[in-house]
Design a protein around this ligand. Structure first.
Ligand SMILES: O=C(CO)COP(=O)(O)O
Length: 126
């Protein structure tokens, strides 16, 4: 994945509407990027922004978080936006934790809620 920035988008189920609305509101910024997303999240974002360049990976509980972690490790993801649901237990919590750990290890920007994502996007818009 060459020159355009590659963003990874993920949202837990209770946050998917919020992420889709956030991407829609900032569609012009996202249109300048390549995007990878976990399966269901990517589908939901494409429903509202069908023109975006989104590669959908596996669903999170089936390995999608790990796929994005691997892309971070190979230097192919520049930024992670992950709308996390802190109130619901997840069967794949270890995968989520491993993904966040790799984002820290490789020191890429990581927004885990909308407020931080707004700041990241504002930075890219300017
Ligand atoms: O579970 C997820 C992240 O941990 C998200 O996966 P989906 O986008 O496939 O729902």
């Amino acid at each position: 994945m060459a020159d355009r920035k590659c963003l990874a988008l993920i949202a837990h189920d209770q946050k998917k509407d919020d992420l889709a609305a956030f991407v829609k509101a900032n569609e012009a910024v996202f249109a300048t990027c390549k995007i990878v997303a976990t399966g269901t999240t990517g589908g939901r974002v494409l429903d509202v922004c069908p023109g975006l360049d989104i590669t959908r990976l596996k669903s999170g509980p089936l390995g999608g978080d790990q796929q994005i972690g691997a892309l971070i490790a190979t230097g192919d993801v520049d930024c992670l936006i992950f709308f996390v649901d802190p109130l619901t237990p997840m069967p794949h919590d270890v995968d989520v934790k491993a993904l966040m750990r790799l984002a820290i290890v490789y020191d890429i920007p990581m927004a885990l809620n909308r407020a931080t994502a707004e700041e990241l996007i504002a930075f890219r818009r300017n």
